[in-house]
Ligand binder design. Structure first.
Ligand code: ATP
Length: 237
C-alpha cells in the first residue's frame, strides 16, 4: 500500500525552477532513497512534501489524501515528519526535552512508551537524557534529530542528508540506526549524497539530476546502472 505518492511535482524559487515533473512513490514499510549531487533538488523535494514550500503544480498524496500546498504543521499532524538537513535540534535543551518537543507535532501527550521506543532504537541517547543536546557528538545529534522526528509517530519519516557533516565512522552509525528503524517498521524517504550507503539501505531508489528523476527502480537495479556507477559510486576495478 502506498504511504506517499508524489506526481508531476514542479517547484520554483521565483524564476529558478528547482523541480520538474517529479513523481515518486513510497510504500508502507519501505526505505526509498533519492540520490543526487549538489543542487539536484533533494532538499526542495522533501521541503515541498513537508509543506515548507508550495509546489507550482503537482499532487502529493499521503494515505490517499492530497496534502500538496498544506502548511507544514498540518502535514506534520497528518503523519509526515521531516528531519531537516542541519538537524534543527535545540542545543541548550536536554535530550529529553528535545524528544518531548518532537511529539508536539501531533495531538496528545508524550507517553513514556514513546521515549522508551526512541531510546531502544538509539541506545547512545539513553545515558545522555538529561544532558544538553549540544554536548552530544555530531552522530548522536543526528540520531536525536531522527528520534525526535519519530516522536510524532509519523506514517512517513523524511530524512534530509542525515550523514551531512559527519566523519565516516559516525555516518556509518547513523546509517546503522536507520537500518534499525526499518526493522521497527518505519516507512522512510531518505535523500542522500552518500549514494553507496543510501542504496545499500534502500528497497527502491530514484536518481535526481537538475530537478528531474532520471532513473528509478529497485535499489539493486539503480546500483548496477552504469551511469550511476560512473556518476555516484565510482568506477569498479
Ligand atoms: P544540496 O545537496 O546542496 O542541499 P539539493 O539536491 O538538496 O542540494 P536543493 O537545495 O533542493 O538541492 O536545490 C535545488 C536547486 O534550487 C538548486 O539549483 C539551488 O540553487 C536552488 N535553490 C535552493 N534553494 C533556493 C532558494 N532559497 N532560492 C533560490 N534558489 C534556490
Amino acid at each position: 500500500m502506498s504511504a506517499l505518492t508524489v506526481s508531476g511535482l514542479a517547484v520554483s524559487y521565483g524564476a529558478v525552477a528547482a523541480l520538474h515533473d517529479v513523481s515518486l512513490e513510497v510504500r508502507q514499510g519501505e526505505i526509498v532513497s533519492v540520490i543526487g549531487g549538489n543542487g539536484a533538488g533533494k532538499t526542495t523535494l522533501l521541503k515541498t512534501i513537508a509543506g515548507v514550500l508550495r509546489p507550482a503544480v503537482g499532487r502529493i498524496a499521503a494515505d490517499g489524501r492530497d496534502i500538496a500546498g498544506r502548511p507544514s504543521w498540518w502535514v506534520a499532524r497528518h503523519g509526515i515528519s521531516l528531519v531537516p538537513e542541519g538537524r534543527g535540534i535545540f542545543g541548550d535543551q536536554s535530550v529529553h526535552d528535545n524528544l518531548v518537543l518532537g511529539a508536539s507535532a501531533r495531538r496528545g501527550t508524550v507517553s513514556a512508551a514513546d521515549i522508551e521506543r526512541a531510546l531502544a532504537l538509539f541506545p547512545a541517547l539513553a545515558a545522555k537524557l538529561g544532558s544538553p543536546a549540544a554536548s552530544l557528538s555530531g552522530g548522536q545529534q543526528q540520531m536525536l534529530a531522527v528520534a525526535r522526528g519519530l516522536m510524532a509517530r509519523p506514517r512517513v519519516l523524511l530524512l534530509d542528508e542525515p550523514s551531512l557533516g559527519l566523519a565516516p565512522m559516525l555516518a556509518r552509525e547513523v546509517f546503522a540506526a536507520i537500518q534499525r528503524l526499518r526493522a521497527d517498521g518505519v516507512t522512510i524517504l531518505l535523500v542522500e549524497q552518500m549514494a553507496v550507503q543510501a542504496l545499500a539501505l534502500a528497497d527502491r531508489a530514484y536518481v535526481l539530476e537538475r530537478g528531474r528523476v532520471i532513473l528509478e527502480g529497485s535499489a539493486q537495479t539503480v546500483r548496477e546502472n552504469p551511469a550511476v556507477i560512473d556518476a555516484y559510486l565510482g568506477r569498479r576495478v
